[in-house]
Ligand binder design. Structure first.
Ligand SMILES: CC(C)(COP(=O)(O)OP(=O)(O)OC[C@H]1O[C@@H](n2cnc3c(N)ncnc32)[C@H](O)[C@@H]1OP(=O)(O)O)[C@@H](O)C(=O)NCCC(=O)NCCS
Length: 156
């Protein structure tokens, strides 16, 4: 069964294993160090003990950054990227993040389409950031989560 769950510190090996099938350059694989950091937040989709995709980033005070999102090629266009991004955004929102930032290669059509569909705005262009491509810096403003607790919704 396919399941979405939060990243665990011991997921490092599995993340590294699938990252190789998602990003060609080792510099784009989430490092063990990053995965263990206290500010790291992440979500994975798992099926029968193997990972199919992940969204990993960090939160500092009220700002979050999405560092990597990836889905194994054979599982793309099935809504997994959307689920992972949504989980990341909702998770950091619960912790008080007001904005989510990310950088994306200007030639990465699928990723930009995904971010656009969530309402991310382009806020800067970093020319030659990736050597062979520019980086687009994107930002999503997220409001505070509405508290639906009984104390607040029922006065008295
Ligand atoms: C970007 C990525 C994570 C999307 O994952 P996914 O599971 O295929 O995405 P979804 O199926 O949830 O797609 C959600 C929406 O994103 C957009 N999208 C995703 N792939 C797209 C593509 N190839 N072309 C156009 N739009 C695309 C669409 O709006 C799509 O909604 P729709 O299917 O209803 O049209 C995936 O393509 C991937 O792993 N790419 C390689 C890694 C990468 O480049 N990551 C980003 C930089 S860190």
């Amino acid at each position: 069964m396919m399941a979405l769950r939060s990243l665990r510190p011991e997921d490092g090996e599995k993340i590294q294993r699938i990252a190789k099938n998602i990003f060609s350059s080792p510099s784009q694989w989430p490092s063990f160090l990053f995965l263990q950091a206290p500010s790291t937040r992440g979500w994975v989709v798992e099926e029968n003990d193997s990972l199919l995709g992940y969204a990993i980033g960090s939160i500092v005070l009220d700002e979050a950054e999405l560092s990597w999102i990836g889905v194994l090629p054979q599982f793309r266009r099935q809504g997994l990227g959307k689920k992972l991004l949504q989980a990341f955004i909702q998770g950091v929102q619960k912790e008080g993040a007001k904005q989510v930032f990310l950088e994306v290669r200007a030639d990465n059509g699928p990723a930009i389409a995904l971010y656009d569909s969530f309402g991310f705005e382009r806020i800067a262009l970093r020319r030659g950031y990736y050597g062979d491509a520019d980086a687009i810096v994107m930002r999503l403003a997220i409001g505070p989560l509405r508290q639906e607790s009984p104390e607040r919704s029922r006065p008295g």
